[in-house]
Design a protein. Structure first.
Length: 531
């Protein structure tokens, strides 16, 4: 579609800058088909030869079909619909669940959106929810591709800060570093907005978030929004230190500590031993219909912010890691179902309305990611993590049309597609890869470390994907004997991209070189003794 339009406005197609027409595409790809096939194989290999569960391998590879809802305009802007049944453009929070393969494979797609989100930033510093509104109906049919609109949300301005920090931390590229410099002030204003809406107690009040049908904004405080505020402060602090903005970094650090204290004071339930989903406005809030004296509602995926923090190497967001472990255990105990974890229990008597009694597709993989980082049983984490995806893969048989939400229990849609098709919630499962390998990258310091949750000395040899913006490969290990000396060897193999590192290690086995250069289709290997 070389002459694509948007409500009559010619926007074109970027591919016309690369090819004359569809015949030209076929001729160029067909003239060297072996290279095309080899490239596809190299894209798949780190997964298909890996130690990941087969279900996860399959779903991750097929999740790349999600790119079908994107469009690349002639002027170079990369944009994407929220879904085919919800034609918002580039909602920041929805992008947050699906963005990992995009920032790794197409980092410029994330950069394109970042400049647009910053362009339409509100005067008070808030990043608008999306670039165009049109879920269910598109009342504005003017020929404007983007302008900034939407709701006041806890996981939007925070995600903007996170994207910038991901580029700074993961992408060893001069252009990405320039993007961070260009947009740092926008991220600073976004962090200041977060602080401004958190003045009453230390965490935001009455906030909408991506779990919008739960209406958590009806309550003064909720843990999901509170923890995203903590993520915003920790990410903003880290970014400010990197930019030399020490005074603002210290301001963010103070806000982070205040927020931690508020989250525990307002939402930790010592009796139930978990974080309540929300605080009640009164003793008997109108939205709550539980017919007994409940311990308080518990929400699956309360701590998606923690997934993002762990992948960035920011550590545990809450003050007491033991409380996080107890909460994750309680999520599974209270909310598990044959199809995945129900999103919210304890607000209504069983079976409850579809809003609460449903399976959102990021809940299980995010539970797995957090538990692996916490050092909990890795096999249980993987099995819980793939549960909803395995149901979709083996029962629904439609991996190129994964819903956002599956039906829960007791109201006639059990385990069936329920709300919003062709969705990207399940793509938060990409974080499971980094959790399993324990990958931590700091490209500004040329450091790449791994702490695999599969034991190098007792488990079978592993192969684990290694993923960074523009870099695609795998890490593998082996064990061998040299006389009476027991050795473990590691190899980092690249299929795409290159790495220049001054520090590379797996657990406490450090690569001996201080200047390590790896390019496409090459590897570096090193070994250590063990007892």
């Amino acid at each position: 579609f070389p002459d694509k339009d948007f409500f009559g406005l010619p926007v074109g197609n970027f591919y016309t800058n690369l090819f004359k027409d569809s015949v030209d595409v076929v001729q160029k790809l067909g003239s060297d088909l072996s290279t095309t096939v080899s490239d596809i194989a190299n894209l798949h290999t780190p997964f298909l030869k890996s130690s990941l569960p087969t279900t996860l391998q399959d779903m991750l590879i097929n999740s790349l079909s999600h790119v079908r809802s994107a469009f690349w305009l002639n002027d170079g802007r990369w944009r994407q619909w929220e879904a085919y049944d919800c034609v918002n453009i580039d909602s920041v929070h929805n992008d947050g669940e699906r963005h990992i393969p995009y920032i790794f494979i197409f980092p410029n797609s994330t950069i394109s959106k970042l400049y647009a989100w910053a362009k339409y930033q509100a005067s008070n510093g808030m990043i608008h929810e999306q670039l165009r509104c049109g879920c269910m109906t598109m009342s504005d049919q003017s020929p404007r591709v983007e302008y900034g609109c939407g709701r006041t949300m806890s996981d939007v301005s925070s995600m903007f800060i996170v994207y910038l920090l991901e580029l700074l931390t993961w992408h060893d590229d001069p252009y990405s570093q320039q993007v961070v410099r260009d947009l740092y002030n926008a991220s600073k204003k976004a962090a200041q907005w977060h602080m401004s809406v958190s003045t009453a107690e230390g965490i935001p009040i009455h906030m909408v978030d991506t779990y919008d049908v739960l209406r958590l904004e009806s309550y003064p405080y909720d843990t999901y929004s509170g923890s995203f505020h903590l993520l915003a402060m920790k990410a903003a602090e880290t970014l400010a230190y990197a930019m030399g903005d020490i005074e603002f970094a210290e301001t963010c650090q103070k806000a982070f500590i205040t927020g931690q204290q508020a989250l525990d004071r307002l939402l930790w339930n010592e009796t139930a031993r978990y974080y309540n989903a929300y605080t009640l406005q009164t003793e008997t809030d109108g939205i709550d219909k539980a017919d007994t004296d409940p311990l308080g509602a518990i929400m699956t995926d309360t701590f998606y912010s923690q997934v993002l923090a762990y992948s960035l190497g920011l550590g545990t967001l809450v003050q007491n890691e033991t409380r996080l472990k107890l909460h994750m255990k309680a999520e599974l105990e209270h909310n598990d179902s044959p199809y995945g974890m129900l999103v919210l229990t304890g607000r209504h008597p069983y079976p409850g309305p579809y809003t609460d009694n449903a399976v959102w597709m990021m809940g299980n993989p995010n539970w797995a990611t957090i538990n692996m980082h916490l050092g909990e049983d890795v096999n249980q984490a993987l099995q819980v993590g793939i549960k909803a995806m395995e149901h979709w893969r083996s029962v629904i048989h439609d991996e190129w049309n994964v819903v956002g939400i599956m039906g829960g229990l007791g109201y006639g849609a059990d385990g069936m597609p329920y709300i919003t098709s062709h969705y990207g919630y399940f793509m938060s499962s990409w974080h499971m890869v980094m959790a399993l390998s324990g990958q931590k990258a700091n490209m500004s310091e040329k450091s790449l470390t791994f702490d695999p949750k599969l034991d190098s000395l007792t488990d079978p040899p592993f192969v684990l994907p290694v993923l960074l913006p523009g870099v695609w490969g795998y890490l593998q290990n082996s064990r061998y004997q040299v006389g009476t000396d027991s050795k473990v060897s590691y190899s980092l193999v690249l299929h795409f991209g290159s790495l220049e590192l001054s520090h590379l290690s797996v657990a406490d086995c450090i690569h001996p070189d201080s200047s390590i250069n790896i390019v496409t289709q090459q590897a570096t290997s090193w070994s250590c003794s063990y007892t």
